[in-house]
Structures are given as C-alpha cells and as structure tokens.
Design a protein around this ligand. Structure first.
Ligand code: ADP
Ligand code: MG
Length: 320
C-alpha cells in the first residue's frame, strides 16, 4: 500500500461530517468556515512513542489520546472544537495498528463532533502531532491570565488517577482488580472536559488544563496572572481507587505532581460562586472541587492543617 492509498483508506472520512468543512482531506489544504462573530482557537500537541505512551500501548488508546490531549487544550480555552489535523509518522505500514489507531481517534472525534480535515503521513520513528481547531464567540476565550487575589481555585475530576494509571502500566505502582482498571483507564482514555469548558466562559477568571501536574500547572496559571496560589492539602480530591492503591501521602504526590490528568483547573471570583454551583449541578457536569485560593504574591504553596508542606514538582521534558 502506498502513501496515497493509505490516506484514502484510513483518513479520508474520519470523525463527524460537518457543514462548515468546505474542503477536507484530498486537496493541498482544507477550507473551513469559521462562524460569524467567532474567533478561531488553535492548538497542537505531539505524542512520541516511548515518551508520551509506553511501548506496547494499544493503538486505539494512542489514537484516542492523541486527540484527547488537544481537545483538552481547547476545553481550557472555553472553545467548542470543530476540526483536527493529523501529522503521523510511522516506522512501517502496519494495517492492524492503523485500523486500531483510527478507531480510537474516530471514537473521540465523533463524541465531540470533530472532523479530521487534513494532515501529513511520513515514515520514521512512531510519532504524531494533532492540531485541533475550534471557536469561541469573539472576546470570550478563557485564559491562564485573569486570576485575582481572593478568587477560589477549582479542579474537575480526580487528579492523580491518570499518573497512577501510568505508574501501574510501567510497574512503578502495584495493584490489581477494579482499582487498577479504573486508574489505567484514566491514563488510556482521558475524557477532555469540553462541554464544561465552554460553560466556564464568563464564570471562570482564568483556566488551564492539567497536563504537567496540578501544582505545576497552577504555577503556570498563577505566573500568567501575576498572583500566588495556596492549595489546601485536605481539600485535594483523591479518588477511592487512588487512595486504596497508593495510600494518602503517595496519592497526594500523584495528584499534585503526576500529570496526564487532562482535567480543568480554574479560578472563580467569589461573586461567581452561585453561577459555578449551577454549572456543577447540571446533569453530565464533572465532579468539581474547590482546592484553595488565589493570593497576592508569587508561587504555589501547599498548606495542611498541620503546617506547610513541600510542593511536588511537575513534568518538564527538558529539565536535567
Ligand atoms: P501535500 O503533498 O500536498 O502536502 P499530501 O499528499 O501530504 O499533500 O496529502 C494529501 C491529502 O491528504 C491532504 O489533503 C492532506 O491534508 C491529507 N492527509 C495526509 N495525511 C493525512 C493524515 N494522516 N490524516 C488526515 N489527512 C491526511
Ligand atoms: Mg500539496
């Protein structure tokens, strides 16, 4: 099978059929129609085999993850996703792997009405870059910048589960049964908080998605906003599965330093608490917990009732 046959067979009709795709896969570039009164929101993320997922990771999970990490970035901006591009580098044409990859990618694309509109296919070490595109009504995108002293800090879901799932897959954490399954699933198939992100427009003062680790990403939000942040150790949501397999101290480390959560971390002015309560009470809304507050100053502090604790460090590809 040649490159063009491969593209035609696997990538020509992936994801939702959308009326705003004037021209999709098959020409030199896609033609997309951005709705009037909206801004285009664009992001890209690369997954490198062995670096972002362990060797032997199921192809369908790789496909899902490659789109999920991008939809999570759009969610953090409050954007509604619409289109994706896929630059895929393959060591060889492995039809079984390709079939699995596309199945996982398409499952998430369809769930969020995203159309695959183009990309690139090359030979080399296994690696993929997905670009996701979406839109927001002009001027309404959420940003990392905007948090103010006195705002409350919230996180969706159960941070640390995905990092513990990866630790289980890599043999750094022991466990079995339903707890193991639940944590591994969080790493294999993160659920980007797309709908919730769009509802946070006009409610959150700042927002980021958690990919490097909760503490590190809160640090990015705080730095962008020119403020400091306090995390209340006892308020950190720890899932039962994480608590059961890791114990409290290590669970907290996974939650704060682990990464790969793809949850939303955001700040809310005290006056917008009622608006947030309405959002979190809606059916389908993710679990959402207040974990601390924004303060004047710089940096992230972890404070327990017993006193101040060291903050676990997050992920940085280039740190020595
Ligand atoms: P060009 O040489 O003009 O860059 P290509 O031959 O690389 O075009 O691609 C042909 C068409 O297939 C283009 O529309 C491109 O966007 C699309 N395409 C290539 N690879 C992929 C892929 N992995 N996923 C989706 N679309 C792809
Ligand atoms: Mg061309």
């Amino acid at each position: 099978m040649g490159e063009f046959e491969l593209i035609e067979r696997y990538f020509a009709a992936v994801g939702a059929a959308r009326g705003d795709v004037v021209l999709g896969v098959g020409d030199d570039a896609a033609v997309l129609s951005v709705p009037a009164g909206h801004e285009l929101i664009a992001c890209a993320d690369t997954l490198v085999a062995g670096q972002h997922f362990p060797a032997g990771f199921e192809a369908a999970d790789v496909g899902w993850r490659s789109l999920a990490v991008n939809l999570s970035d759009l969610a953090a901006m409050g954007a509604t996703p619409a289109w994706a591009l896929l630059a895929l580098t393959l060591p060889s044409i492995d039809e079984e792997w390709l079939e699995g990859f596309v199945t996982g990618f398409a499952a998430l694309a369809n769930a969020h009405a995203v159309a695959l509109v183009g990309g690139d296919t090359t030979r080399g070490p296994l690696c993929m870059t997905v670009q996701a595109l979406g839109s927001v009504p002009t001027g309404t995108a959420l940003r990392r910048r905007g948090a103010q002293a006195g705002d409350l800090i919230y996180v969706t879901g159960w941070p640390g589960d995905a990092a513990a799932g990866l630790a289980l897959l890599e043999g750094r954490l022991a466990g079995s049964g339903a707890n193991r399954g639940a944590l591994e699933a969080k790493f294999r198939r993160p659920e980007p908080r797309v709908a919730f992100g769009t509802r946070l427009r006009g409610v959150a003062s700042a927002c980021i998605d958690v990919s490097d680790g909760l503490a590190a990403d809160l640090g990015h939000l705080a730095a962008a906003s020119g403020v400091g942040a306090i995390i209340r150790a006892e308020e950190l949501p720890l899932s039962r599965a994480l608590y059961a397999l890791a114990g409290e101290a290590r669970a907290r480390e996974f939650a704060l330093g682990g990464g790969d959560d793809y949850e939303l971390l955001f700040t809310v002015p005290p006056a917008a608490r009622t608006a947030l309560a309405r959002l979190t009470a809606a059916t389908g809304a993710p679990a959402c917990h207040c974990i601390g507050e924004v303060v004047a100053g710089r940096g992230v502090r972890l404070v327990a009732k017993s006193g101040e604790l060291p903050v676990p460090r997050g992920w940085d590809h280039f740190r020595a």
